[in-house]
Design a protein around this ligand. Structure first.
Ligand SMILES: C[S@@+](CC[C@H](N)C(=O)[O-])C[C@H]1O[C@@H](n2cnc3c(N)ncnc32)[C@H](O)[C@@H]1O
Length: 523
């Protein structure tokens, strides 16, 4: 039964039979990696709707090894037992059967788990869409990889570190990704089923420097400190408390606030905290974070996407596509909207909080907010570079940099027939780090100048253009590179001119992206 999925992994010291390594080999040979899976499905697994599954299975997906593995582990279709055995290898097949990850009946095999490719990793979770009677679990389900999961994978800066902590680890996906840049990783979750899945996933991907611990947030790591922390907490402002991976209290911040509050003493100097979350009334977050944070100064980014109002937010949460009557939907919708109102939520955005401990510079917090598209492709390098610049900014050392426009940047001009300009918009096509920006002529001029020849901070200071340049830097439109002739530490400008922080507002367009909400399929 499903209760016992990966039961053996309840024991942290369990050693799987060698068949599991052959299984990983089989999946890899068949091309079960993110790029090939996306190509074959015609979209990202995160974008699959439950209504897509039978169509893809029966009409769109051709035949082949990868196709049949996708039928089994993404599309909820049955495949013949002999076929499954040959695809997974005899030992892999037996192992998955033993662990309750597949089931076999009357010569047909069904998966009990979904397998998500993340780069070169493969991660098992409970079914994203629990649409069949037999999908019901008696334990809290382990979350599928959603846009939030993949978004954090693509956003959290990857910097080589000794130790990393992944809070709310679920399937373990963030911990396994962090293992690629950390000497040692600890993943923590409240749900015992998640810990078993996470240990299996580490085994499947042959990652042995990760330790998964059962418990509440920082409790299982009481005496340890880390260089970086990731967290994808339950963040949905919800009328329910029934779904452990989703419900974050009435305003969604119950777990989030604890994570930020506790991070100060868990992070080493210059340590990083990267979180994906719903952002309730996003313009208040710079203040909220400063209030929650207990520790030295911090630098960081709040990356937002689009605001949802009570209807945009509540409808997808209330709606289930199969087996829900109109009356049930209406009732459920009322619960979500009433909860939204009783919590006095203004808008619910979705995005990322990236913080870096900065107490060595010993100045005040420097947190910048900007809009991105929820990234299906990496933006972690750009995020790391921008936070770096903020750190240098607080240290008064931007004089060591020169600034050029972001690569790929374009200007789109709308003109009247008489040639007069209606508006200029800046964009960087197909790049989730950016949105579209409306720029005043003077800022556009500064970008054009930087395109012709790099701008030095000192020169900008002499011309009184530091605030304008800072506004462009904070939006990522001007990028800083260390000057080749940069001395170790030069004071670009007197402190008085560096602060107060930027007051020039650049008009950013909200992006379309909001996370697909599939939690309603789990009721
Ligand atoms: C949104 S899921 C994230 C799963 C995974 N990290 C990802 O990115 O896909 C949130 C997870 O947090 C866990 N969780 C909820 N409250 C927790 C707490 N207080 N301490 C530890 N884990 C918690 C849930 O069991 C669930 O697995």
């Amino acid at each position: 039964g499903t209760l016992s999925t990966f039961a053996a992994y309840a024991d942290a010291d369990y050693v799987a039979p060698s068949g599991i390594h052959k299984l990983r080999g089989r999946l890899r040979e068949a091309g079960y990696v993110e790029s090939e899976v996306c190509e074959r499905l015609g979209k990202n697994p995160q974008e699959l709707e439950p209504t897509d599954l039978p169509y893809l299975d029966r009409f769109a997906l051709g035949s082949g090894d990868l196709e049949d593995l996708l039928r089994l582990f993404q599309l909820r279709a049955a495949i013949g037992e002999d076929r499954a055995r040959s695809l997974l290898g005899a030992e892999g097949y037996e192992f998955l059967l033993d662990q309750g990850a597949i089931s076999s009946e009357g010569g047909l095999v069904l998966a009990r788990v979904d397998l998500f490719p993340v780069g070169e990793l493969v991660v098992a979770t409970d079914h994203r869409y629990q649409v069949l009677e037999s999908d019901k679990l008696s334990e809290d389900p382990v979350m599928y990889l959603g846009l939030d999961s993949v978004g954090l994978v693509n956003t959290a800066p990857r910097v080589d570190v000794e130790s990393h902590l992944d809070l709310c680890t679920g399937s373990g996906v963030q911990a396994l990704v962090a293992a690629s840049y950390s000497d040692f990783v600890i993943g923590v979750d409240l749900n015992p089923r998640a810990i078993r899945f996470a240990r299996f996933n580490a085994d499947l991907n042959e990652i042995d420097h990760v330790d998964f611990r059962l418990g509440n947030l920082y409790e299982p790591v009481a005496n340890e400190q880390f260089d970086s922390i990731t967290a994808n907490p339950p963040f949905v402002p919800s009328p329910n408390e029934s779904l452990g991976f989703r419900d974050g209290g009435r305003n969604g911040e119950a777990i989030l606030s604890c994570i930020v509050q506790g991070a100060g003493e868990k992070l080493r100097a210059n340590g990083r905290l990267s979180i994906v979350t719903d952002l309730v009334d996003p313009d208040q977050y710079i203040e909220k974070i400063s209030n929650w944070w207990s520790g030295g100064a911090i630098c960081g980014l709040i990356l937002t996407t689009a605001d949802r109002d009570e209807a945009l937010f509540s409808v997808p949460h209330a709606r289930a596509p199969f087996g829900q009557s109109y009356e049930e939907y209406s009732e459920e919708l009322s619960r979500w909207v009433n909860s939204y109102r009783s919590a006095s939520l203004g808008t619910v955005n979705f995005g990322y909080i990236l913080l870096q401990e900065n107490s060595e510079a010993g100045v005040e917090n420097h947190i910048v907010q900007r809009v991105v598209s929820s990234p299906m492709d990496p933006i972690y390098d750009q995020a790391r570079e921008l936070v770096n610049l903020l750190v240098f900014d607080t240290e008064d050392n931007l004089g060591r940099f020169e600034f050029t426009p972001a690569p790929g940047l374009r200007v789109q001009t709308e003109r009247r027939l008489d040639g007069s300009t209606l508006k200029n918009e800046i964009l960087v096509p197909d790049n989730p780090w950016f949105t579209r920006y409306r720029l005043e002529a003077n800022l556009l001029g500064l970008l054009e100048e930087a395109g012709a020849s790099p701008l030095s901070w000192v020169n900008l200071g002499e011309r009184g253009l530091v605030q304008q340049a800072r506004a462009l830097v904070e939006k990522g439109l001007l990028v800083g590179r260390l000057r080749q002739d940069a001395p170790p530490a030069v004071c670009g400008l007197p402190r008085a001119e560096v602060w107060p922080p930027c007051r020039i507002v650049i008009d950013e367009l909200a992006t379309k992206t909001t996370p697909t909400c599939v939690s309603n399929y789990l009721q």
